[in-house]
Design a protein around this ligand. Structure first.
Ligand code: AQP
Length: 321
């Protein structure tokens, strides 16, 4: 069984990425599971090259510092030739209509007069990511289910047209990690691409910055600390974050607390404590550089070894090997 999960450096990794995904990957790594920094996916909308390079390194450092097994991770662009070669084979297996039907493409291109072609073809690149590494399971939320369905269609079509080479992957529900919401607007999830960085807690934020952000988190006028996501979404978000960091339930965390000030200070304390070792180790890796480069190169070598014969066979079968 091979499960493939990725993180896209479309912005700085935040507390939602960490509590919802990265920490879970570190705590429950399955044998053969793979984790990758999907930096080619961060190019489907306007991007700044130096920032993308920096964010890619940051995210790799955060994965390592969080305890995700180094031997299971790689950076997508380190295998750019492999991923793009397969992506092309799959683009020539996919129809324009299939690509255009992707809901995410419709949503992200809507009202945009200058849509990158990569935004249309990115689900095919995602299919290449999945199929190249022999993935059997892809943990995805509902918004990505359609993309995994496309990967399944393309795997089957390629296999039946040219010959058996790809495993047909299954979409699986990710084990539930915390769903972290925006500190200023709890109706939205915390998101890398948010235009309000003050309402996002970044994994590499200085502890004082984390405390300031929690002090400014939105609550409500009810003046009571209780877990009621409908009536008190801001307070519920803080309780859920605190619960995730302490392995308690939000209701248990709320009991005994009376003021919003106390809640904000407590949640800031546990988040600072939770992130401190990750932040310190990641910053060390980024400062020295050499260990990060070594882990990155070894990850790329292993990923290339694992996927090389499958890609060669696909190229061969398609008549371009
Ligand atoms: N707010 C969140 N709470 C819990 N989990 C979250 N994840 C993202 N946001 C939250 C999980 O983090 C993993 C990596 O995310 P991604 O890089 O695939 O991108 P995303 O889900 O689109 O995350 P963002 O931060 O919202 O990025 P942008 O703004 O670029 O779209 C995934 O497992 C995701 O579920």
């Amino acid at each position: 069984m091979i499960k493939l999960s990725g993180i896209t450096p479309s912005g700085e990794a935040h507390l939602g990425n960490y509590l919802g995904a990265v920490r879970r990957w570190a705590r429950e790594p399955g044998e053969g599971d793979l984790y990758f920094v999907s930096n080619l996916h961060a190019m489907t909308t306007p991007h700044e090259p130096d920032r993308l390079r920096k964010l890619t390194e940051h995210q790799l450092a955060i994965l390592i510092a969080s305890g995700v097994p180094a031997e299971s991770m790689f950076v997508q662009s380190d295998l750019i030739q492999e991923h793009m070669a397969l992506s092309w084979l799959l683009e020539c297996t996919c129809t324009f209509g299939e690509a255009r039907r992707m809901v995410q493409f419709k949503e992200k291109s809507d009202g945009n007069s200058s849509v990158r072609l990569g935004l249309l073809t990115y689900p095919v690149l995602m299919a290449a990511d999945i199929l190249l590494h022999g993935t059997t399971e892809v943990p995805v939320g509902n918004d990505q289910n359609q993309h995994v369905e496309l990967a399944r269609t393309l795997a089957r079509r390629f296999n039946s047209t040219y010959g058996e080479v790809f495993v047909v992957p299954e979409a699986v529900l990710p084990t539930t990690g915390a769903r972290v919401r925006d500190l200023a607007n709890p109706a939205k999830k915390m998101s890398k691409s948010s235009s309000e960085p003050d309402s996002i807690v970044y994994v590499l934020d200085d502890p004082d910055v984390v405390r300031r952000k929690f002090r400014r988190a939105v609550t409500d006028g009810l003046g009571k600390v209780a877990y009621d996501p409908q009536e008190q979404p801001g307070v519920a978000n803080l309780l859920e974050i605190m619960a995730a960091c302490t392995d308690m339930t939000p209701v248990a965390v709320a009991s005994g607390m009376t003021t919003y000030r106390e809640l904000k200070e407590s949640v800031a304390d546990v988040v600072v404590k939770e992130l401190a070792p990750v932040r310190e180790r990641a910053l060390d890796l980024l400062r020295s550089g050499s260990e990060l480069r070594e882990i990155r190169a070894a990850g790329a070598d292993r990923a290339r070894d694992r996927s090389g014969s499958r890609l060669n066979r696909a190229l061969e079968l398609a008549g371009v090997g």
